[in-house]
Design a protein. Sequence first.
Length: 217
Amino acid sequence: MTRRNAHVFIDANIINFAVTYQKSDILGWLDELYDTLYVHSEVLAEILIESNKKIVLEYIDKGKWIFFDPNDPEQITDDEFPIYERIVNYIEQGFKRLDEKKKLQGRRIKGTSDTGEIHSLAAAIFLSVGYICSNDYDIREVIQDEQLLVGSDEALTPELIVQDTIEDLCFLCVKENISTKREVRQFFKFVYNQDPDHKRHIKLTALDRRINFLIDE
């Protein structure tokens, strides 16, 4: 039984962290947390480590994850493809608008293409998939700024796409008894092991605060 009861697009950064980490079965956490997991063809193309890509392809071949390719006419018809392209273009412009906003505010700009993130968000809207699991923090801001909405059978009105970051994933896995606080903290520290100590401490403290609130309830 899945806990998030949701369909989700998985980003390359989550996949690479999950596959690389050996002390816990992070891929198992994802499978248990989410109902249906999608991998976009653009995300697969961004996974440059062949051993990591092989594992993703195995999950797809076994039917554990769904591979979404907008160039596959069985997934998007010729009539539907221009609609998908318009969504992609709108989200591309949304990321550019975010960069302009950051410039005005004196904030750092990533300087990456965001291709996998853009296409995953576009596919989420096209397929009415309500979640994206990614550790790219620009995504949440674009979702809010551009009001990226999806409909669902449960919701009477469209709702904003929900982004689960690494922090959210760790918190949810403790909340739903998929993993322990100790396990998620170890994974979390692995993800941020290249950060300066003070930055990693701030991030870990934020996660601990959320988890401790659960325990104190």
